[in-house]
Design a protein around this ligand. Structure first.
Ligand code: CA
Length: 658
């Protein structure tokens, strides 16, 4: 049934009057477990017990069904089962006159069996890895201190070159291993040890809640990014070593987070509350049909996300669900931040409520929160203020959004393969000017709201985009192109020195390729995986990123979360037709007083007349076309000619303290 017109008359926002503020789901105690399901419109609800997560397992047994009792004021159905129910699998059997009896998992389930089909009662204490009590969040003074590397669990260690043991390849546990290239002694570090050397301090991990598109019971090759949530409050089973035992995935996910924290790396969870894997027949739909989603006037499902069903964050019980879910992950899994998929489909009030809830945790205001603030059509109440770029001024400085302007300015339009940007031909210069100022003249209130990037999981990798736009007829993605590497270095120099929060997809720094695939969400693992051999093949590029990261960490004005650096010290060269140049003042913070950044996107040298802008004396270079870091690599004065397709970053002489 895909048309809900007849149901909506008694559902949707009208059910908000039954708002229930208490705990829902299976509330576990050693002596008893209470089951609570909110469903004001159900005519009957029962809870059903099983010994296993599916019928195809050893020891599978049906353990009975129990009537739940409804509270007429709140619409909450409850049942208290005596005894220690830890490890018992359960479902609800919900009756709505329009749909009859339907069996569903618990939207609040904290554990589940294989494929998340049956929820599980869990004693969370049993899922803590050794030393979990000592595990601490990795938080930053300001969002602009984060340097984010976006990775998918399977991609990270699918390849043998990762050096990860076979049993942990593609799993959460891969993050716990100390590895070298191909597992060879003395070879360069890979995986988490590599990330420490690279210098990034934050990973954003693509969906690792339970998603529906991969069959956890199968050992066949399957791949999906996982933007298809089935159970929001428990980890994905295919990333665990045993998807059948509900406890294993929880413990192993915690092991991953613990290992990253131990390496000094913050963990941001990619959350997808804007749509679900299933529409008709999802846990939300079965629990309260017509309530948790948005529908068009004609009763069809609103589809702003393009995934078939937009959830309704403006409905009180879904807003509560989002807040509860975020807080659960933050507390139980010690997460350091959240990235909201299609944040523009949520209303500002919900995002504000989540921010306020996180702020109540110790140092909670330092937890990262940002999202895709695209402006999208969705069927919510007219007048609802949505969390898109136009409305970022409604949100505090510690809620950020991806900056599509700098992405497209640096390397051309994302959706047009042939489109070029600044690094390919010196074009889009004004957009780069806007981007290095964190788009603060446009939608971002402060640099801490702007997440700057050239590549993410969506679209082509940086290397592929540069190859296809420059060598249109014959991109040869598998080959090393010196001209492309040079452009890649320039792009990185701009991104990592811009005001805002720098972000990159995993492997951008090793010229990662997906052989031109622009939407690899369900491509073969071999397309998506990180080929760790590239840290040797593209060593110069990796070193360049390493140097830029070091530079960023050593010059505080790059990381200013306020407008100060932009308004007081940032002076732009507007007179050079092919280059972008600006100064940054650092008197209050860093060890260098003034920095000069010159970027040339054209093929010809671009000359900048320093004297004409009252910039006297000699300047020491720290970054040029080939090298980047905090070491002196040359000196310049008066008129500086920057070679084609390159960056030159300098500091005022005599101020350098090696
Ligand atoms: Ca799953």
């Amino acid at each position: 049934m895909n048309n809900y017109k007849h149901i909506l008359e008694n559902s949707g926002i009208k059910l908000d009057k039954f708002y229930f503020d208490g705990e829902l789901g299976a509330i576990y105690n050693k002596g008893c477990t209470e089951f609570r399901l909110w469903s004001p419109t159900a005519t009957d609800v029962k809870v059903k017990f099983y010994s296993t997560g599916s019928d195809n397992e050893l020891g599978a047994k049906y353990l009975g069904i129990h009537q739940m009792i409804k509270n007429q004021d709140t619409g909450v159905w409850s049942y208290i089962a005596a005894g220690d129910l830890c490890g018992i699998y359960y479902t609800y059997v919900v009756t709505h006159p329009e749909f009859g009896q339907r069996e569903t998992g618990d939207i609040y389930a904290k554990a589940a069996g294989v494929n998340g089909d049956r929820s599980m009662v869990v004693n969370l204490h049993d899922t803590n890895p050794e030393g979990w009590e000592e595990d601490k969040r990795v938080l930053f003074e300001h969002p602009t201190d984060a340097i984010i590397w976006e990775v998918q669990v399977r991609d990270f260690s699918y390849c043998e070159s990762s050096g990860v043991s076979e049993k942990h390849r593609g799993k959460f546990m891969a993050f716990t291993e100390h590895t070298t290239l191909g597992g060879k002694e003395g070879a360069p570090a890979t995986c988490v040890d590599y990330l420490k050397e690279l210098g990034i301090n934050c990973v954003q991990i693509n969906p690792f809640y339970d998603f529906g598109s991969v069959d956890e019971a199968s050992t066949e090759e399957q791949y999906n990014w996982g933007y298809d949530p089935k159970n929001y409050n428990l980890p994905e089973g295919s990333f665990s070593t045993n998807p059948f035992d509900g406890k294993v995935r929880i413990r192993e996910c915690k092991e991953m987070i613990k290992a990253l924290h131990k390496a000094g790396i913050a963990v941001v969870m990619d959350v997808v509350y804007n749509h679900t894997y299933a529409s008709h027949g999802s846990w939300f739909d079965i629990s309260v049909p017509g309530y948790y989603y948005r529908y068009n006037q004609d009763g069809t499902w609103s589809n702003g996300s393009g995934c078939g069903n937009d959830t309704a964050s403006e409905h009180k019980m879904y807003r509560k669900f989002m807040i509860d879910s975020i807080m659960y992950w933050a507390k139980e899994y010690h997460l350091d931040g959240f990235r909201f998929d299609l944040m523009g489909l949520h209303d500002v009030e919900t995002i504000m409520a989540i921010r306020a809830a996180l702020n109540t945790l110790p140092n909670g205001e330092k937890m990262l929160m940002y999202g895709e603030a695209w402006d999208m059509f969705t069927a919510c109440q007219p007048g609802t203020i949505m969390a898109n770029q136009h409305n970022m001024h409604h949100l505090p400085d510690n809620v950020g959004a991806f900056c599509d302007n700098i992405r497209d300015a640096i390397k051309g339009n994302e959706f047009d393969a042939g489109s070029c940007g600044f690094v390919q031909n010196g074009s889009k210069r004004n957009q780069v000017f806007r981007g290095v100022r964190a788009d603060t003249d446009f939608w971002a209130r402060t640099p801490s709201q702007a997440v700057n990037y050239c590549s993410c999981h969506d679209g082509r990798t940086m290397y592929d985009k540069l190859c296809v736009s420059v060598h249109h007829q014959n991109p040869q993605y598998e080959k090393r192109h010196e001209d492309i590497i040079r452009m890649n270095k320039l792009a990185a120099a701009i991104n990592l020195t811009s005001q805002g929060i720098p972000f990159m997809v995993a492997g951008e720094e090793m010229a990662r390729t997906k052989l031109g695939e622009h939407n690899s969400y369900k491509s073969h693992s071999k397309i998506n995986r990180i080929d760790w051999n590239r840290i040797e093949e593209y060593k110069d590029l990796v070193e360049y990123y390493k140097g830029l990261i070091k530079l960023r960490k050593n010059f505080a004005p790059f990381r200013d979360h306020t407008h100060d650096t932009i308004y007081k010290g940032m002076w732009l060269f507007t007179d050079n037709p092919c280059g972008v140049g600006f100064t940054l003042e650092g008197d209050a913070y860093g060890k260098w007083r003034k920095m000069l950044l010159l970027f040339n996107g054209s093929k010809e040298p671009a000359c900048f007349d320093l004297a004409a802008h009252d910039l006297k004396g000699w300047w020491d270079a720290l970054v040029n076309a080939e090298e980047a870091g905090i070491e002196f690599i040359g000196e310049y004065s008066r008129t500086i000619c920057v070679p084609g397709t390159s960056a030159l970053i300098l500091v005022e002489q005599d101020e350098i303290t090696p």
